[in-house]
Every structure is written in C-alpha cells, then in structure tokens.
Design a protein around this ligand. Sequence first.
Ligand SMILES: Cc1cc2nc3c(=O)[nH]c(=O)nc-3n(C[C@H](O)[C@H](O)[C@H](O)COP(=O)(O)OP(=O)(O)OC[C@H]3O[C@@H](n4cnc5c(N)ncnc54)[C@H](O)[C@@H]3O)c2cc1C
Length: 412
Amino acid sequence: MAGERRMTPTAPPSAADLVDEAFQVEVRGALAAFTGDFARWELERHIPKSVPAALGRAGLFRRRWEPGAEGGLRRLVTMCQEICRESSGLALVAMGHSEIFVGGLHWLAATPYQLELLENALDGAVVGCFGATEPHGGSSLGDLRTAAVRVPDGWRLTGCKRYISNVGRADYILVLARAEDAAHPGDLSLFLLPLDHPGVTVDGFFDTAGLRSCDAGQVTFDATLPDDALLGKAGLGLLYATHLLHFERLGICAQLITAADTALRLAAAYTRQRTTGGRRVMDRQSVRHRLARARAELWNLETRLAHLVGIAEREGRMPGHEIAALKLTAGESTGAIVDTALQLFGARGYTAAFPLERIWRDARLARLGGGTDEVMSDLVAARVDRADPYYDDLVTALSLNDQPGPVPGPRG
Ligand SMILES: Cc1cc2nc3c(=O)[nH]c(=O)nc-3n(C[C@H](O)[C@H](O)[C@H](O)COP(=O)(O)OP(=O)(O)OC[C@H]3O[C@@H](n4cnc5c(N)ncnc54)[C@H](O)[C@@H]3O)c2cc1C
C-alpha cells in the first residue's frame, strides 16, 4: 500500500562481496518455508530434524559440494550468511552437517555403505553432527579418551562426547576416537556412529548463553560397529578433522561477519532515527566515530574473508593458519562491534524486543567452538615461529654490530 511504512526489509543486503547470487536465491527460497519458526526454535531449544532435511531436499548441500570442497566455498559463505541472518542456531546445525559430516564423507567415503550415506547426507535424508570434545576437555584432542577396539568384523567404540551441537536431532555423529593399537597420542581415527544404534544414549543437554535453537548435548556410547564405520584410514583422524575444521572455521567467520554487519546496520539505522536533546544520536561525534571504527574493522574482515576464499579457490588448498587468524580476530572484533551496536540502542539493545541481545549472546560461541581463541593463537604462533632467513640474518648482523658508538666531541 502506498505510504505504508515497511517494517522489515524483504531482501537484506549481503555482508561480504562473495555471494553466489543464484545460490543465494535458492537458500532464501528454502528458508522462506520457516519464516515465523525461528523464534520458536529458540524457546524449544532444538531445531526440528525436518529443517536440515528440507534444506537438503531443496538441494542446498548438493549445490554447495558440486564444485568441490574449495570450489564451493562461495556457496558455503552464501549459505552461512543467509541462514545466520535468520537463525544462528540453524547455521550451526547446517554447517556441522555440511562441512564436517558431508565434508568427511565427500573426502573419504569409500565403501558402498559410506557412499550411500554420503548421498543421503547430501539430500538431507541423514543429518550428521561432529563429536570431538569430551567431558575432560576439548582443546587438546591428543588427550581424548574415546576408545575404538578391534572386534571380529568391526569395532567396539566406547566413550562420551560433550557439548555436541545438534546431537539431539541428528541421525549420525562422526566420532573422533583412539584405536587401541595407536602408536602415538595423535593417532586418532574417525568413526560413523548412528545415534539410534544399540548402546548409544543421548544423556541430555546444556543450557547455553546463546545459539539456543541448536542443542548442545552429551552422548555416551558402548557400541559394536561394522568394519566400515571407520572413515578413512585408522590413525589419520586428527589430520582429517583438522582439515575439515578449516571449512567450519571459514563458515564461522562468514557468520561472524554477517552478525557484525547486521548489528552495525541496525545501530546506524537506530542512531539516525533516535534523537536526544533535539539532535540525532548519529550526529554526536563520539557515536559517529564509534560506528566508523566498527565499519572500518568490518570492511577489513570482509576483505580478508574474500582474500582467503580466493586463495582456496585458486590454489585448491585451505590456508589453515590464515583461517585461524581470521577466526581469532573476527571473533574478538565481532564481539566488540556487536557490543557497540547494543550500547547505541541504549536499554532497548538489552531487551528481547530488538535482536541485539541475541546477536550478542550468539556471537560469543565463536571464540570457543571450532577451536578456542587460545588454540587459534597457537596455530598462528606456529606460523610466526617459522625460520625467516632474511630477517634471521639481519638480526644476526645487527646484533654483531650492536656496540656503543664513540662519544661525539669533548665532554662538558
Ligand atoms: C554451544 C557449544 C557447541 C559446541 N559444539 C561442539 C560440537 O558440535 N562438537 C564438538 O566436538 N565440540 C563442540 N563444542 C565444544 C568446543 O569445541 C569446546 O568447548 C572447545 O574446543 C574447548 O574445549 P573445552 O570447553 O573442553 O575447554 P578446555 O579444553 O578445558 O579449555 C579451557 C580453557 O583453557 C584454554 N586452553 C586449553 N588448552 C590450552 C593451551 N594448550 N594453551 C592455552 N590455553 C589453553 C582454552 O582455550 C580454554 O580457554 C561446543 C561448545 C559449545 C559451548
């Protein structure tokens, strides 16, 4: 109706210049079926299984993987941004399924059972999650205790995984475990465990600060599995998981950038509309400068994400250290940007009437999940600590000449 005030934008703009536009239309089309459900899932603390299944039926996971792991990164970014704008919880579910479960199968599936599982996962007929973290810790995967023991025709898998996203609604969990004959603490293996298999119990769920629509639960198992429950080669599981996590981390970065972009645009719109003392809040220099710094920071993150996707596309490899660095800085910067945005909304930012408080809670997980800030820092530090012949020699030469010079002229 002419003159009617538009209350919600119908097609929000994209955060980074990485969008696959045709795919964006498909993702938006698939999500349209759930408009009105996102808030309910937050209250129910689960995303219904039918939702990732519908995304699969709409062909989103197939389309993401069609151009290959690195070739499909624009579609991953597009999917993360579009889904995250509606529901960060659903983005977490979709990403765990697509980037770790489908990604693992896409890379390593070799037997008829595994290849069939891949097809079902691409179609969303089977939904997977990832189990690395255990009750005694998640940062040091070399310490994990889940055991895989060889039995006739298969494996006996025993252990407990904690804080597993979507374990309440997934069909499968990809489990990182230690095979009994592992020679080295880092010799882990990946196993495909159906969550309805005898001996598997989902113990319950944790009440989390954010991402409330995606459950985070604990699963305990003592299950006997066939031979081809082992995905890939025994002993290479940590290597596989590390590689798959590069994709998840890139997806997390795309989500963070979307969250920061959404918060910042909301804050800019609000401060343009809100007046205090007869002036727009936006006209206060302290406010303008805070928004400007946030925008500058966000442009840097967007550019960096595009750069890393470009490297992966051109070279067919994931730049792991740089992705860790982006996740580290994007996690911290997004936290600060969203906090600024919430601040500029005043009390309204702290209420559920506006989405700032949810974005603020949701964004915090990124500094823990997919590898903590500290683990990311260690990865980046490993790059900093590499030999650098030119500067190593320069420092040696400078150190050799590091002597006091003559006193210039007579004293006094
Ligand atoms: C909502 C939610 C969803 C999650 N989803 C999943 C999932 O789907 N699958 C899954 O496997 N896990 C999942 N996790 C777990 C997450 O990956 C772990 O929480 C994370 O890896 C850290 O492990 P931890 O919590 O056991 O902390 P710990 O490993 O106990 O670490 C505690 C603190 O010590 C720091 N620290 C540890 N070691 C070092 C070190 N060497 N140097 C410096 N600092 C160190 C850590 O960075 C952290 O700050 C999820 C967590 C949450 C909260």
